[in-house]
Design a protein around this ligand. Sequence first.
Ligand code: SAM
Ligand code: ZN
Length: 282
Amino acid sequence: MNLICPNCDFLLDVSINPYTCLNCKETYPIINNIPLLFDKKQMIKYRMSKDTPQEYYRNVASIYGKTHHVSLYGARRFLQDFENKLKPYFNTQPNILEIGSGTGFATNIINRHSKSVTITDASLEMLSINKMNHNGINAFCCATEKLPFPNETFDMVIGNNTFYLVPDKHLGAKNIARVLRKGGKLILSEMNPYNPLWPIMFAVKGHYFERSIYEIFPFQMKSYFSSIGMTIEEIDYYSYIPYFATEKLAKIEKPLQFMLGKSKLTRRFSAIRIFYVFKKSS
Ligand SMILES: C[S@@+](CC[C@H](N)C(=O)[O-])C[C@H]1O[C@@H](n2cnc3c(N)ncnc32)[C@H](O)[C@@H]1O
Ligand SMILES: [Zn+2]
């Protein structure tokens, strides 16, 4: 796979370790079989910053891998809901890039539906667990706002619960659109910012950085993506089951979904996730 230099956008020589830019001669190390592809500014932000969401995702990898695992009832049920939303878009075995893939919670699903999946994440610690569990998968440690791939490399980009964390969403959107082929699709599943339960969850967990879900309301998402030539194909509100729900807690899911899940208006304020599909113009 061709890769471009995060520093100057020229091609990298990937036949040597470390990968080396053929233009500016910057070098990029390979750790745990994963190339680390940050420019200098991002290297500081993503690898060295303190008291930031970036530091959080460097430190929680092993716990995250256990709490977001298909062996748990709520996680398994949520992934069923996610897969049902994705299935209509998987009929052509697309060449997929998964952004912010973390420890592989959603990679399990995506990998089942395509022969070619590439995973990226800004946390080497999260990504290393994902790569270990998905033998042979292409993995690159990089930021969504600076993807190291040439223009129009992928048929589809997918992200589960990650775009809300991208610090510069306009730049993130621009980069995603750049690596998508014409007519290609972006699918994002995020926390539904209309659901009134999220602020309580953030306060209980002390995760105030998660308030950035209030940067991904549909009108904001349209503004990030329409300015770079992507049109919205689907916005929907879905799933009533959090990943941590036990089988006992999940008993309230079915009646909730029965009462509130039928109309899009009631789903908007009660479902926990929001599902976006954008298409790059042909
Ligand atoms: C809530 S976790 C979700 C992980 C995974 N998608 C899942 O479904 O479990 C968010 C992930 O996004 C990654 N992330 C945050 N900001 C990022 C950025 N700007 N570029 C790439 N990855 C990022 C984090 O390192 C973390 O692994
Ligand atoms: Zn370069």
